[in-house]
Design a protein around this ligand. Structure first.
Ligand code: DAH
Length: 342
């Protein structure tokens, strides 16, 4: 048995020295130290020896095991060292790093933040309301009759339990006035949802900014002044603004707001369809019925409100011809806005 052991040790030393990879080491280890190894069988065969010879032979076996383990470790370290040297030889530590791809803000985020900034500079505060609303805040309190077409399934996404996805940020007017007494001077940017098929100027999800000012003595001229200030700060000092009569259930009188076309300067072009004006959104003086719905005294207070479309502003500002482009998130489009916002 001793001869067998000595031969095995010799053999193991040769095989270990021939190992080239970490895998070779594992296999060789299994062969010489594993369950089916000669060494292991010699341990079992110790029973064949005289009891007095067993301790000495046991020691020999243990020494052999330690020797093989030491050889394996040594060879393994040498292999590791060699592969590290090989990989570091191909590394040039003086080479500049590879820059990671940098993200950027979406054009709608850029425009929304700019609009926020403009109104903050005009003394407005930012208010928020939920996207999931009820009929009271989206329609009833906004003086919208039960048979108004906008309540139709074809226009509004209804949810279970009498809830709906808000179709306009005007809901936040109600939420703010329920909680706060005048003076009120807020804007509320946010998503709105309508059951519209996507086309160049429609999307089932879109973004509005609502504005509401309520105090004693607020008049239509305050609305016009705010609109003009907004237009000049947002689009430049040469831009003019105007309002035209319109109808909304929650304002009386109601208006639509236009700014002069920044593409042609008001002389008429393809973008403004030769009219010289671009429509920005709806506006008006808060209807007394709306004040009644939220418990504000309409004899004492007046107010104006308006709603702007953020997609529309982004499309005008960046010359984007189709609203759907804003929602496709095509990196070729988005990467053009990298670095637009500090
Ligand atoms: N909520 C209207 C819409 O989505 C826009 C609007 C019109 C908002 C007049 C107003 C307003 O605050 O006074 O079409």
């Amino acid at each position: 048995m001793q001869n067998q052991l000595a031969a095995m040790l010799q053999d193991a030393a040769l095989k270990i020295a021939a190992c080239q990879t970490a895998n070779d080491i594992l296999n060789t280890k299994a062969n010489y130290l594993g369950k089916k190894s000669l060494l292991n069988s010699l341990y079992s065969r110790m029973r064949e020896l005289e009891p007095s010879e067993r301790p000495a032979f046991g020691n020999l076996l243990n020494e052999a095991r330690q020797k093989i383990e030491a050889l394996l470790n040594e060879r393994n370290n040498a292999i590791k060292e060699k592969s590290w040297q090989a990989s570091s030889r191909s590394l040039d530590y003086t080479m500049p790093g590879v820059p990671g791809a940098r993200g950027g803000y979406h054009p709608l985020t850029i425009v929304k933040r700019e609009v926020d900034e403009v109104f903050l500079s005009l003394g407005f505060e930012i208010a928020e309301g939920p996207d999931i609303e009820d009929e009271f805040h989206n329609f009833d309190a906004l003086n919208t009759p039960a048979d108004h077409p906008s309540r139709n399934l074809a226009d509004t996404f209804y949810l279970e339990g009498g809830k709906l996805l808000r179709t306009q940020t005007s809901t936040v007017q109600i939420r703010v006035m329920e909680k706060h007494k005048p003076p009120i001077r807020i804007i509320s940017p946010g998503r709105c949802y309508r059951n519209d098929k996507p086309d160049p100027s429609h999307s089932p999800v879109f973004t509005q900014v609502e504005a509401l000012v309520v105090d004693k003595g607020i008049s239509m001229s305050d609305l016009k002044d705010t609109l003009q200030n907004f237009a000049v700060i947002m689009f430049g000092s040469q831009v003019k603004s105007r309002i035209r009569p319109h109808f909304f259930p929650f304002t009386e009188p109601s208006a639509e707001m236009d700014i002069s076309c920044m593409v042609c300067g008001g002389t008429g072009c393809r973008v403004c369809k030769q009219s010289g004006w671009l429509e920005l959104g709806g506006a008006g003086m808060v209807d007394p019925n709306v004040f009644d719905a939220v418990g504000i005294d309409s004899e004492l207070y007046t107010g104006f409100a308006f709603g702007l479309g953020i997609e529309r502003i982004a499309m005008l500002k960046y010359n984007i011809p189709d609203m759907r482009i804003l929602f496709e998130n095509d990196l070729r489009m988005l990467s053009q806005f990298r670095g637009e916002l500090q």
